[in-house]
Design a protein. Structure first.
Length: 262
């Protein structure tokens, strides 16, 4: 349903008043409300480690307004909410993500504190959707298993399907899209996706929790290409170095990005 605003203009002349036209502005109430609520979620997350004065300094917004937003008395306007989600939200989530990541002496990344936290990923979804240049997808595609919670959050936000490729075939499925690659270690890696998961011409957003070498992302892109789908983008919460990002960019012209890099 749309909110409609009608503007009637009158022009005065020496003798008469002439009415002109009517302008209709249509806004999607559901999308507006969702954006406003996401902005409040971002502000509440920031408020957990700040006073209102510190939050005001961080956001550039009046402390009194922030108090009313955080406590649910009023919602920020659409423009202000968009600024919070796109600018402050991305920065705040990246900082929160950095605080949750653990890297051992061998360079292995432990991000379980993130991939097991669905509320955090639900909060990240609109920031990712609005903060990167991804086209709206028809399907969010990932690889089992750690990317599933992120893919589910993004699919829910966009209101589209979530699909995930596995390293083994499902017993009851007859037709698969298969992507195979021999890794540098000599191990052959194969992913399978039911052929019905992606339709010809659909737009696919490839996501994962972590991108390191880019091998998994390349396989997922191969699956999208085999399905004759369009690629909306490639996204990872965490990039371990730049090799994976570069490799993904070599295989698609769509935007490629990560929320943080370690």
């Amino acid at each position: 349903m749309c909110a409609m605003f009608v503007l009637i203009l009158h022009f005065k002349s020496d003798r008469n008043i002439h009415s002109c036209g009517i302008v209709h502005i249509c806004m999607n109430r559901a999308e507006k409300a969702a954006l406003q609520l996401r902005a409040v979620d971002v502000l509440r997350m920031l408020k957990e480690t700040r006073t209102y004065d510190e939050l005001a300094e961080t956001t550039g917004l009046p402390a009194g307004d922030l108090n009313r937003y955080v406590n649910g008395h009023v919602l920020p306007g659409t423009d202000r909410a968009r600024e919070v989600v796109e600018d402050l939200g991305r920065e705040a989530l990246a900082a929160e993500l950095d605080a949750r990541i653990r890297v051992d002496d061998d360079g292995y990344v432990d991000n379980s504190a993130t991939v097991f936290d669905q509320p955090f990923l639900d909060l990240a979804a609109p920031v990712v959707a609005n903060g990167f240049d991804f086209e709206r997808p028809d399907v969010v595609l990932t690889a089992a298993t750690d990317g599933i919670t992120l893919a589910a959050a993004l699919a829910s936000y966009y209101g589209v399907r979530c699909a995930y490729a596995k390293k083994r075939k499902e017993t009851a499925v007859e037709e698969f899209i298969e992507a195979r690659q021999r890794l540098q270690s000599g191990i052959e890696l194969t992913y399978y996706l039911p052929a019905s998961a992606i339709d010809h011409g659909e737009s696919v957003l490839v996501v994962d929790d972590l991108i390191r070498s880019g091998e998994t992302q390349e396989l997922l892109l191969d699956i999208a290409h085999t399905a004759e789908a369009d690629v909306a983008g490639v996204f990872a919460l965490i990039a371990a170095g730049e090799d994976g990002i570069r490799r993904a960019r070599d295989h698609t012209d769509a935007p490629v990005g990560a929320l943080t890099t370690v």
